[in-house]
Write a protein that binds this ligand. Structure first.
Ligand code: BES
Ligand code: ZN
Ligand code: ZN
Length: 516
């Protein structure tokens, strides 16, 4: 998709489809709907007005109405897209609605679209707060790019449904606002494309995306964006003493991949500046190992590397956004397979940190690879840590498929992450990770066990396990098991890999950048 911004009258712009946004300016619980277009273009307002007055379009979020050959407009079709109530409008609705425009065009085999930038000045101040133009442009780009992705890569009858040109139209503005919008759009393209890069990795089947292939694709991406990438395998993992990671990997003939990425800012930051370490769970297929999973839904376990993909995608965006700080990423990738050589329940492993772990269940493998990944990131110099992992089914029991779980040992770093969410539009909910839960992972014969003694609080005991390996370093753990895969499509996004966490991680990382 070639996405650009033009300062041009939207009614005069010729395109097969012009999308324009509408809000419902009604207030209160039982008021009748009162849709209004977010454009100052008189011809567009005039073309839409009888249909908005008819009551059949209510401007609810994602609702669409098409007008063919609209009088006074050069576009062949005018697609009116609802954003919901004006009083509660944020950039998230704009992001979704931009996605609706793209998915509508794709399903109608239209390859070129225009999107009218939402103009809050079309309404009186009392109806809505103004939308910041930089973030609005960014949200439009993110929504449009993320919507232009489907999962049918391996279908022989795959059609080219992609958008070739998407033009965001805004009436002429002053130079400062124009450059703010342009930089917002540019950032949104980087972030949206990075999210799609994550989704394309997560979508790959386990037979194709082995740990070696994940490392190869990561290295290709890194050479394109200018990030240093090193890939290691069994010898290095054993040499570093990563006994937990090595144990998970030993049941598969596929070699593991320890992937280390390093981003250096254009100007070296002061020596005491924070160094952020991103750590990802990269299990390219999780059978459960000797504690094997039931057959039902096991195919989904190809997405057990979504945490790793999120970190790799975040590095892709960071390399292009160039924040003034150092960032490194450690990805621990392997398969979890049952085999004569596989690790077993009852085994005792020694992690890189020296802690001993009694294995109660080989299906709790993610925390094992992360234990070594987190410790290794610290030895590489990370002073702030974040990990992302499809770690537990229990997180979906707790939070459903709407919020991902957030766990931390540090309130300040958590607050920074929560502050990034209004920009990223992603949902994370903090769950406890306090020492009251530590007894549940105590072992009789080793330092800790790899599962809690009971089923209760399964995502918390998993986080407690990880906490053993971060020490005092401020750390956040994101459990994305319930949110990394969408079972149903949305009007703005295909089903399948969601790309969750990448946008928030990017924002959180940028919050540590030295002031420029
Ligand atoms: N990869 C799974 C978690 C998972 C479940 C991800 C569903 C996505 C969807 C993880 O390795 C796992 O199997 N966890 C076990 C832990 C248990 C054995 C303590 C689980 O959640 O059942
Ligand atoms: Zn597992
Ligand atoms: Zn797993």
């Amino acid at each position: 998709m070639h996405l650009k911004l033009q300062f041009h009258d939207s009614a005069a712009f010729a395109a097969p489809l012009l999308a324009v946004f509408a809000v419902d300016i009604a207030t209160g619980d039982d008021a009748t709907h009162s849709p209004a277009l977010l454009t100052t273009s008189d011809p567009l307002a005039k073309a839409a007005s009888p249909w908005l007055a008819s009551g059949e379009f209510k401007a609810t979020l994602g609702e669409t109405l098409v007008l063919y050959s609209p009088a006074g407009a050069a576009a062949q079709r005018l697609l009116i897209i609802g954003l919901g109530r004006s009083a509660s409008l944020t950039i998230h609705e704009v992001r979704k609605a931009a996605g609706v425009a793209v998915r509508f065009a794709r399903s109608h085999a239209l390859h070129d679209i225009a999107i009218a930038f939402p103009e809050d000045t079309a309404l009186d101040d009392e109806h809505m707060d103004s939308l910041p133009s930089h973030l609005t442009a960014r949200a439009i780009a993110e929504g449009a790019v993320v919507a232009d992705f489907d999962i049918d890569f391996y279908r022989s009858d795959r059609k080219d449904q992609g958008i070739h040109n998407a033009t965001v139209l805004h009436i002429e503005a002053d130079k400062k606002s124009e450059s703010e919008m342009q930089s917002g759009l540019d950032e949104g393209i980087i972030v949206g494309q990075s999210q799609n890069f994550v989704r394309s990795l997560v979508n790959e089947p386990g037979n194709i995306l082995t740990p070696t292939e994940l490392a190869r694709r990561t290295a290709v991406m890194c050479s394109e964006v200018g990030v240093a990438c090193e890939v290691f395998s069994t010898d290095k993992i054993l040499e570093l003493g990563m006994g937990a990671f090595a144990a998970v990997s030993q049941g598969s003939p596929q070699p593991p991949a320890l992937i280390v990425l390093r981003y250096e800012p254009p100007t070296p930051p002061p020596p005491d500046a924070p160094v952020v370490g991103l750590v990802g769970k990269g299990i390219t297929f999780d059978t459960g190992g000797i504690s094997i999973k039931p057959a039902e839904n096991m195919d989904k376990m190809k997405y057990d590397m979504a945490g790793a993909a999120a970190m790799i995608g975040a590095m892709r965006a960071i390399a292009q956004l160039k924040p003034a700080m150092r960032v490194l990423a450690v990805v621990c990738s392997c398969e979890n397979m049952p085999d004569g050589m596989a690790f077993k329940p009852g085994d005792v492993l020694t992690a890189m940190s020296g802690k001993t772990i009694e294995i109660m269940n080989t299906d709790a493998e993610g925390r094992l690879v992360l234990a070594d990944g987190l410790h290794y990131a610290k030895t590489l110099g990370a002073t702030r840590l974040i990990d992302a992992a499809t770690l537990t089914g229990a997180v979906s029991v707790a939070l459903g498929q709407i919020n991902a779980g957030l766990f931390s040992n540090n309130d300040e770093t958590t607050q920074r992450f929560l502050d990034a969410l209004p920009t990223s539009g992603e949902k994370f909910w903090r769950l406890p990770c306090t020492d009251d839960y530590r007894d549940q992972i105590k072992s009789q014969i080793a330092d800790i066990m790899n599962t809690g003694g009971s089923r209760y609080g399964g995502s918390i005991t998993a986080a407690m396990f990880l906490k053993e390996f971060v020490g005092d370093t401020p750390w956040i753990h994101l459990d994305i098991a319930g949110t990394a895969w969408l079972d149903d499509q949305k009007p703005w996004q295909s089903k399948g890999p969601s790309g969750i966490a990448v946008r928030s991680i990017i924002e959180w990382v940028r919050s540590f950048a030295s002031p420029s």
